[in-house]
Design a protein around this ligand. Sequence first.
Ligand code: NCD
Length: 363
Amino acid sequence: MRSLIDIVDFSLEEVEELIQVACDIDAHPEKYAEACKGKKLATLFFEPSTRTRLSFEAAMYELGGNVIGFSEAGSSSASKGESVADTAKVISCYADIIAMRHPLEGAPLVASRNATVPVINAGDGGHLHPTQTLTDLLTIHREKGRIDNLTVGFCGDLKYGRTVHSLISALSRYQNVKIVLISPKELAIPDYVKSDVMDLNGMCYEEIESLEKALPELDILYMTRIQRERFDDLETYERLKDSYILTAEKMRDAKADMCILHPLPRVNEISVEIDSDPRACYFRQVLNGKLIRMALILKLLAEKDREEDRDEGEELSSFVCKNPRCITSTEQELNQKFRSVELKERVYRCIYCEKDAVHKEEI
Ligand code: NCD
């Protein structure tokens, strides 16, 4: 079953396709109004969220589907000690697709390995947040007209900011993207993102503490809040919480067409006077989040339907698959199965190799 746990689970072509579908949904919402009629999305949020959960829910409603779920761990059976694996198995009986946010890193992966419906990672601890990344990519595409050839600055909590980790991973697949990492030393990007993502893909990047120094060269500035809830000691949080505050005065040194992105919620890292600056894209980014989640739900449900069609098929005693290259020729436990296709006349095809089945009388 196809799920979205890490942004690289999708190829670059698939990401491009989602961006195109999201733009089409924006232009022709009526075409999609009943696309998920009769389908249910379960939003399993073990950690607080406004945007992500509500944008998933709005997305499903706008596709004509329904939503069930919970918005805090305390109101789920997790509070009674249920495992993520069991929760995933149970919810698979109620819903066609799951969006899960969890404070523990890797929890949505565990869910996807146990669910029988697609699972979407809606944020796992300080690890990954692929649907925010799809939102960010759509926003960059719409604001800049391209995702290649950009200098992208990430500013704030690069250690715990899962949106940063996922977006860097996604950008590593585009041409000529330069990354500028702006953070205090204590909140620097994790080593694994440097070695496994940026170094491995030969990305050009620099680390710097000063936002003022970095600002003039940026095409995109991705601001993030300092993630209070992920600190082991609050003293360090208190010391670092006001590290960066983007003001109108600082913006004077930025390019005239620089885009400011922020996954939100904002605390104080972008002063509200900037909201009216045309370079502030973060509220438009929110709308993009709903559109791309609509495209994502459509894609995963369509793949699930295709997979289920593929799994079907009947055992027909009068037909055999005679393809020597078919898996049924060697796998003894496997019963041959066929599906009928209406062409000029009805033919039967092996569901494994898709070759025409042969009627036993013809052998
Ligand atoms: C982000 C998150 O949850 O990681 N928010 C979001 O999904 N829009 C960023 C954050 O909480 O700072």
